[in-house]
Design a protein around this ligand. Structure first.
Ligand SMILES: *[C@@H]1O[C@H](CO)[C@@H](O)[C@H](O)[C@H]1NC(C)=O
Ligand SMILES: *[C@@H]1O[C@H](CO)[C@@H](O)[C@H](O)[C@H]1NC(C)=O
Length: 481
């Protein structure tokens, strides 16, 4: 049944016009269609001043009262304690540079696993300079580890599986982090995992590296690119998500040699779909079901929620597929894109060629080259009244809006298999460097065979629901501010 790439072969091709024709017959013909497609449904009208970043934290209340829910903050915004350390705050251009490193790592990982390229080729595509698969546009949550519990701020990442934190005594090296480094010798519930345990051997698929062994303690190693890695003891410990959500013997990496661009966080929370991820380890309690909302601004907050509780009925689903090329990744199928109510003409084979993953750690959505070209052309056509500005890094469609108080921006919608239409929030339509440089936050892959990535800018304010056991992924509007 499965095609060679593991995708569900049956797809629904959805064009906006087809969708409208299926509406009740009381709404007749072109006349009615025009009235449905009001200007409001096709554009955002917005004050330019409201697009600029705020310097004070203004936490959202939406979704914050859910059970089993953690507060999500952007690592570099005023709601994050880490942002007080200016040395750890990258510029927007640096964020885009590191984002490309993460994308290159994902592409080479998938290409290598599929046998598309030789080992030598795929290594050559790993960025040579300070590449980090983590990227730097990350969101963090705070969890409790140990007894007594210590609070640790971790990057949450749907693109990897192993959870790890830096650990005392930092045998080789620990980078500077904001919170005190976790010390297992001060916890009554920590224990090492032995080399001959089944979970030790699972490290191979969770990290891509075979585990090591040191005086019968299992050793993990994970690298995110050529400059970021964590190596240490594989251990188990009490994990406290909320006061009522506590897990004994949570398996994690107790990092003794850690380097890279983790920006003052204590480590990483792995939400991938492989066996050692927190999603799999808590499956008995939450049934492999979690959701999150990423805030529209770094000055607001979102949530990461485990379990099925409180998912609004406005959330609609698309099939989630597994792909043997990338067992950690969540694959979805894009079927189309519209801009300002106009369906782009993109052949369906364009999205099928390489498939798409959804990733919490990639900032800018990457599209197949032909799809990005169509998006850019139509967006530019609908923005001709505004003067263009210099490109920024990978973003080639930028505008100088400094002379305007109010602007009208075409709405962008994505269509996914299973008749799911998702409207991208304004915060996912514009990437604001300054009022005189506001860019379309999408980029094209250089190779049509590279996987597409639905990135975190385009996920902002949406409730993003992962029903891993049920094989579906949902999007709902207005999950947070
Ligand atoms: C875990 O294993 C390491 C390496 O063998 C050892 O140094 C450390 O003391 C062990 N920790 C515990 C709590 O057993
Ligand atoms: C903004 O307005 C000023 C004054 O009219 C003009 O000189 C300048 O070229 C305008 N800038 C842009 C980017 O349109």
């Amino acid at each position: 049944m499965a095609s060679p790439t593991g995708f569900i072969p049956v797809r629904f091709l959805l064009s906006a016009s087809l969708f409208l024709l299926l509406l009740p017959s009381s709404l007749k013909k072109g006349y009615a269609l025009k009235r449905i497609e009001t200007s409001e449904s096709r554009h955002h009208t917005v004050q330019v001043s409201s697009l600029l970043p705020a310097s004070l934290c203004n936490p959202t209340t939406k979704g914050s009262n859910k059970k089993s829910s953690l507060k999500v903050v952007h690592r570099n915004g005023p709601c994050s304690q880490l942002s007080q350390d200016k040395a750890n705050t990258p510029t927007l251009t640096q964020i885009l540079y590191h984002d490309q490193s993460r994308v290159n790592s994902i592409h080479s990982r998938l290409a290598f696993n599929s046998g598309k390229t030789s080992l030598q080729d795929s290594q050559a595509t790993i960025p040579a300079q300070s590449g980090s698969m983590l990227g730097s546009g990350n969101y963090i949550v705070t969890v409790g580890l140990g007894s007594p519990k210590r609070d640790l701020s971790l990057i949450f990442d749907t693109g990897s599986d192993l959870t790890w934190t830096q650990c005392q005594p930092c045998v080789k090296y620990c980078y500077k982090q904001r919170e005190p480094t976790f010390d297992p010798s001060k916890s009554t519930t920590y224990s090492n995992i032995s080399c001959n345990s089944a979970s030790c051997s699972q490290l191979s698929s969770a990290t891509g590296n075979s585990p090591g062994c040191s005086t019968s303690t299992c050793i993990y190693g994970i690298q995110y690119g050529d400059s970021s890695f964590s190596v240490g003891y594989f251990g188990q410990e009490k994990l406290t998500l909320t006061s009522t959500d506590v897990f004994d013997n949570f398996q994690f990496g107790c990092g003794q040699n850690n380097r890279g661009l983790f920006g003052g966080t204590a480590g990483l929370l792995g939400l991938g779909r492989d066996q050692l991820s927190i999603v799999s380890q808590t499956a008995k309690t939450y049934g492999k079901y979690f959701s999150y909302c990423l805030p529209s601004k770094t000055s607001s907050t979102g949530h990461l929620t485990f379990g099925k509780n409180g998912v609004p009925s406005t959330v609609k689903f698309t099939p989630l597929s597994v792909n043997s090329q990338g067992p950690s990744f969540y694959f979805i199928d894009i079927t189309g894109i519209s801009v300002g109510g106009r369906q782009l003409s993109i052949s369906s084979s364009v999205f099928k060629t390489a498939g798409t993953i959804i990733d919490s750690g990639t900032v800018i959505t990457r599209l197949p080259p032909a799809a990005y070209k169509a998006l850019r052309t139509t967006f530019r056509q609908q923005m001709t009244k505004y003067p263009m500005a210099q490109p920024v890094s990978i973003l080639d469609t930028c505008y100088d809006l400094s002379n305007y108080s109010t602007v009208t921006i075409p709405k962008i919608s994505f269509f996914f298999s299973g008749n799911l239409k998702t409207d991208i929030d304004l915060s996912g339509t514009l990437y604001v460097v300054s009022a005189s440089q506001i860019c379309l936050p999408f980029a094209g892959n250089s190779d049509a065979a590279d996987v597409g990535i639905f990135g975190n800018v385009q996920q902002k304010t949406l409730d993003v629901v992962y029903d891993v056991a049920g094989g579906k992924l949902g999007f709902g509007p207005g999950g947070c501010d």
